[in-house]
Design a protein around this ligand. Structure first.
Ligand SMILES: [Zn+2]
Length: 333
């Protein structure tokens, strides 16, 4: 058993309270490898933005939980080395699907866990979430829960249809589970193909797909029911078209990939939404940079020569999200 406090990490409680009050959102970036982690920490340190390092069940299987834990511990030290005096870094389990998985992460130094029982019937979601909360809170680890179903595919989480969160359920759910934050469904979606072409309209000028707008009415209803309660948006990559273009121009094939427009995320950040999850965008940045090197320099075989540019591109993306979309820069000096 190791406490996240020994690793220099923090939980989300104070971070979220400040974000809700200050009208900004904390970035939650997923990571699986060293270059992603370096890019996240460099971007956060340079902008002095609090940050959530997210590990999905898939990442945990891919990279090994022990290694990820030490990487997060190393990230705190690295941030200090970069001149960030008081790094505010959370290590968070994304989409925990069982009590055992959440417990294992709490015991291994995670400072925050998500229990996602949103696909289960309402009462089962409450019972499982409550069980995780009771365990995690003993160690001052914060818990994110989910109500409503997001569409899309992300690692092992997938659903064909989305169901918006029902505002009439949120008070009962938050009260009975004791969760610290709530992921809701208002039209965001996992992956790089968030919407089918049939769900979108097409911009006559560019020919690009324009996704349906987020259900801000549902968000505002939820805010009214739970004033000041931290709300989380999953599936909030924007799928930048310049990356999709670079990928497609250099041998890739991502037709009609489409995400959530950044203006809508900016607007959401100003509300009780205090954590926005971004995963696909960094995958796209990384893939675009690597494809470009492979295509333009076919003789290159030193991984640093393509992972280096990929890291730079991800850092640029993370800084852009922090400063221009979430507004979290300068909030952790
Ligand atoms: Zn998610």
């Amino acid at each position: 058993m190791v406490s996240y406090k020994e690793l220099g990490l923090v939980n989300t409680r104070e971070m979220f309270a400040k974000a809700v009050a200050g009208g900004y959102a904390i970035p939650a970036f997923n990571f699986n490898n060293m270059e992603q982690l370096q890019a996240i920490i460099q971007a956060s340190a340079e902008t002095k933005s609090p940050v959530i390092l997210q590990v999905s069940k898939g990442a945990r299987n891919y990279a090994n939980q022990t290694l990820l834990r030490y990487m997060a511990e190393g990230a705190v030290e690295y941030a200090k080395e970069l001149g960030w005096e008081h790094p505010q870094i959370v290590l968070h389990l994304d989409h925990g699907d069982s009590f055992e998985l959440c417990k294992s992460c709490v015991d291994m130094g995670f400072s925050s866990v998500m229990i996602d029982a949103s696909s289960k019937p309402y009462e089962e979601n409450i019972a499982l979430t409550k069980k995780v909360v009771e365990y995690a809170h003993q160690f001052d680890v914060t818990v994110e829960a989910e109500l409503g179903v997001l569409a899309g595919v992300e690692d092992e989480v997938s659903a064909e249809e989305s169901h918006y969160t029902k505002p009439e359920e949120v008070i009962d759910f938050a009260t009975r589970t004791g969760c610290d934050s709530l992921a809701i469904s208002i039209g965001t979606s996992h992956g790089a193909y968030k919407f089918t072409p049939e769900q979108c309209t097409r911009d006559p000028k560019t020919g690009r797909l324009v996704p349906p707008p987020l259900a801000f009415n549902v968000l505002h209803e939820i805010e009214k029911k739970l004033p000041g309660f931290p709300i989380v948006l999953h599936g909030s990559s924007s799928v930048p078209q310049e990356y999709v273009d670079i990928i497609n121009e250099h041998g890739g094939k991502l037709p009609d990939a489409v995400g959530i427009p950044e203006e809508q995320l900016r607007e959401a950040s100003k509300s009780a939404v205090c954590k926005i999850n971004i995963d696909s965008d960094s995958r796209l940045a990384m893939t675009a940079a690597i494809r470009k090197v492979f295509d333009e320099k076919p003789g290159e075989f030193d991984p640093r020569k393509y992972l280096g540019p990929a890291r730079d591109e991800m850092k640029k993306l993370y800084m852009h999200k922090i400063v221009n979309v979430l507004g979290s820069d300068g909030k952790a000096l």
